[in-house]
Design a protein around this ligand. Structure first.
Ligand code: GLY
Ligand code: MN
Ligand code: MN
Length: 416
């Protein structure tokens, strides 16, 4: 197997921004530098080989410390390390006796070119054997299957990422009141993430007040939070490469209007029903279907849709107000690795799979088919769960979601 780092992103000719290692390479090595390649040869000697940047006094003055090949061998338990500029020379010999190669193409064009040239050189060095190219399989699929079931060590980090995220949401709720800006709320989240040891956010902050909450991936975050509006926050801290992914929705002034409360209670009920349904053996696709069905009931009860449920669902009318799925695997990446369908079958849940449960209803501000007071309301409630032998653990339960709890908390903290 060969796993490479991402290309280093450079915003302009010499100012970089923080580099994040490829999740798979970090999962296998805990090594964080760019321009690195791992060659893993199960059962062979050496079994683990890495190619990394050389030490370089001048570059280190500009960009910081590098381990160099010797340092990586010593500190990361890698059997043999070489400078990255020797990859094309050394790697062909590492393919000797190999029948198939696992590598994910098209993530890093520079690494692709290097790996392909090594495969080609290995074939050419075999002489006139008529040997073809090695069969190349997808390393990410293999690693995704490993990453999908979390180990106890991974769960320590994931739970902590969830708890840091939860506490930051609580601080953001306490901070919010009419007149604060979405960007200020984002700052409160970021401050809380970094203060608790998070190196970065797991994905772009969504701080969406008023009808911006109906835009699923809104992240302009440049409006003033208005009295009478809801605020939807979707944000997660990353800790040691594991990320939380929490959404809460609450009133800017601490009091739900009747219509906001009605929509909110429906989404909350569905969210709790689905979390309660999670256990080993349940098929993930069932959770999607349950979400769509229960939210369609909710839309009918609210009077936002009318007609026969079967007709509404077969015409996908509910998708106007609930256009996404119920959730996704969660781990090192917010939309984490792992197959949802295995051997052509939707896969059943197993202990220590982790995922989000995030139903929502979003009523467009210009939807003239619904009463005016419902227009522009967007509600999503998102928790992060781990499948246990009998049910699930909610890893984000410490951030309030009951209306009475939200109304007690919003606006009670530090004011700008
Ligand atoms: N925050 C992205 C998502 O919930 O999928
Ligand atoms: Mn989210
Ligand atoms: Mn999510």
């Amino acid at each position: 197997m060969i796993v490479a780092s991402h290309p280093e992103h450079i915003r302009n000719h010499d100012v970089g921004y923080p580099y994040r290692q490829d999740s798979n390479l970090y999962y296998l090595t805990a090594f964080e530098e760019p321009e690195s390649i791992l060659v893993f040869r199960p059962g062979k000697t050496p079994e683990t080989v890495m190619f990394v940047r050389r030490r370089d006094r001048e570059r280190e003055t500009w960009d910081g410390f590098r381990y160099g090949p010797e340092g990586v061998e010593k500190e990361f338990g890698i059997d043999r390390c070489y400078p990255i500029d020797e990859f094309e020379k050394v790697a062909p010999s590492l393919l000797a006796g190999v029948e198939s190669l696992y590598y994910r193409l098209h993530k890093n064009p520079e690494a692709d070119a290097r790996v392909m040239s090594v495969v080609d050189k290995y074939r050419a060095e075999g002489g006139r054997t008529g040997r073809g190219l090695l069969a190349i399989h997808d390393a990410d699929e293999l690693l995704g299957e490993m990453r999908l079931i979390k180990s106890e060590e991974e769960l320590v980090d994931l739970r902590e990422a969830c708890e840091i995220s939860a506490q930051a949401h609580l601080a953001a709720m306490k901070f919010t009141r009419p007149g604060v800006t979405e960007r200020q709320v984002q700052g409160v989240l970021a401050y809380n993430f970094y203060s608790k040891g998070s190196a970065r956010e797991g994905y772009n902050y969504i701080v969406a007040s008023g009808h911006s909450a109906t835009t699923l991936h809104y992240n302009f975050n440049d409006q003033v939070c208005q009295d009478g509006d809801l605020l939807l926050i979707d944000a997660g801290a990353e800790l040691n490469y594991y990320t939380g992914d929490i959404t809460r929705t609450f009133p800017v002034n601490g009091r739900f209007t009747d219509e906001q409360g009605l929509v909110y209670e429906k989404v909350l009920k569905v969210q709790k029903q689905i979390v309660d349904f999670v256990k080993p053996g349940v098929v993930f696709k069932e959770l999607h279907e349950m979400g769509a069905s229960l939210l369609t009931d909710a839309l009918l009860e609210l009077g936002l849709l009318s007609g026969r449920k079967e007709d509404i669902m077969s015409a996908n009318q509910h998708r106007r107000y609930y256009p996404h799925g119920i959730g996704h695997w969660l781990g090192m990446d917010v939309h984490d690795a792992g197959l949802y369908v295995k051997n052509n079958e939707p896969r059943p849940l197993e202990p220590n799979m982790c995922f989000t449960v995030e139903p929502g209803l979003y009523i467009p501000a210009d939807d003239e088919s619904v009463p005016k007071k419902f227009r522009g309301i967007g509600v999503r409630i998102e928790d992060n769960v781990r499948v246990t032998p009998n049910g699930c653990e909610n890893m984000t339960s410490s951030v309030p979601k009951e209306i009475s709890d939200l109304e007690k908390v919003v606006g009670t903290g530090w004011a700008p």
